[in-house]
Ligand binder design. Structure first.
Ligand SMILES: Nc1ncnc2c1ncn2[C@@H]1O[C@H](COP(=O)(O)OP(=O)(O)OP(=O)(O)O)[C@@H](O)[C@H]1O
Ligand SMILES: [Mg+2]
Length: 250
């Protein structure tokens, strides 16, 4: 269970009230993978922070099974600068697992993101994309029930990004966490989401179910068509209800 019920989050910025999230009701089924798109400042990070319990709603409710563990990848890597890569990945596991289990989790997840060689490096010695991959490894190592990702691949080159998109889908299919992933890249949203949520000015203005089997290819005509239609909606404001399954409505 992961749900927002009429959830709003207001901030006072320079004396003005900003509705970062405005009356959002949204259900995320257990084991689903949902992607979120929308312009900069429309409330995507705020939505993730509420789902993670890092921010309280100003009104409304956030419902989450108390037993569910949460892994979060923030928009920026947020590593502990005094710990090396392996110790950063191990840190959230310290209280829960034995030393041997932690060592396995750390080496598995660093290998998944291609950073085995960098395990002894300090954060100051990493590139932006490497730091981002450490943050991804740290979340994956927790085997969380809920995985919340905020632009997790934004600092990566196209090749590494494609590979990690594949890693995420593999992990999701294997362990079935509930995944919510925010991205600015509409193609990525279509490649990774069972449905794509579109946000505008603190509100959810559309939810598009994508009936395409995983793993998906960027060149699949159905992917290309959804991408084109969602982009048109974001850029031109075409009505969201006009987006339907292109396979059924060629
Ligand atoms: N801690 C905060 N204090 C004040 N205002 C905030 C705070 N966090 C977010 N906001 C405001 O809420 C709105 C939504 O911010 P949010 O970070 O959720 O946007 P976003 O969709 O994630 O944008 P981006 O794509 O640029 O990351 C913005 O107007 C922002 O200024
Ligand atoms: Mg954001």
């Amino acid at each position: 269970m992961l749900e927002l019920d009429d959830a709003s989050r207001h901030y006072i910025v320079a004396g003005r009230t900003v509705a970062a999230l405005d009356d959002v009701t949204q259900h995320f089924s257990d084991g689903s993978i949902t992607t979120v798109v929308g312009r900069s400042g429309c409330g995507k990070t705020t939505l993730l922070r509420l789902l993670a319990g890092l921010t309280e709603p100003s009104s409304g409710r956030v419902q989450r099974a108390p037993s569910h563990s949460i892994g979060v990848v923030f928009q920026e890597a947020r590593l502990m600068p005094w710990l090396d890569v392996a110790a950063n990945v191990a840190f959230p596991l310290k209280k829960r697992l034995s030393e041997a289990e932690i060592a396995d989790r750390v080496s598995d997840s660093l290998s998944l993101v291609g950073l085995t060689e960098a395990r002894r490096a300090l954060p100051s010695q990493l590139s932006g994309g490497m730091a981002q991959r450490v943050a991804i490894a740290r979340a994956l190592a927790q085997h969380p029930d809920i995985l919340l990702l905020d632009e997790p691949f934004s600092a990566l080159d196209a090749f590494t990004r494609r590979r990690l998109q594949g890693v995420l889908i593999d992990i999701w299919q294997e362990r079935r966490p509930t995944v919510v992933l925010v991205t600015h890249d509409v193609e990525e949203a279509v490649l990774l989401g069972e449905s794509v949520i579109e946000m505008e000015s603190g509100r959810v203005v559309g939810r598009v179910p994508l009936d395409i089997p995983f793993p998906r290819e960027a060149t699949d005509p159905a992917v290309v068509d959804y991408r084109r239609r969602i982009l048109a909606r974001l850029v031109d404001g075409a009505p969201f209800s006009s987006i339907q399954n292109p396979r059924r409505n060629p």
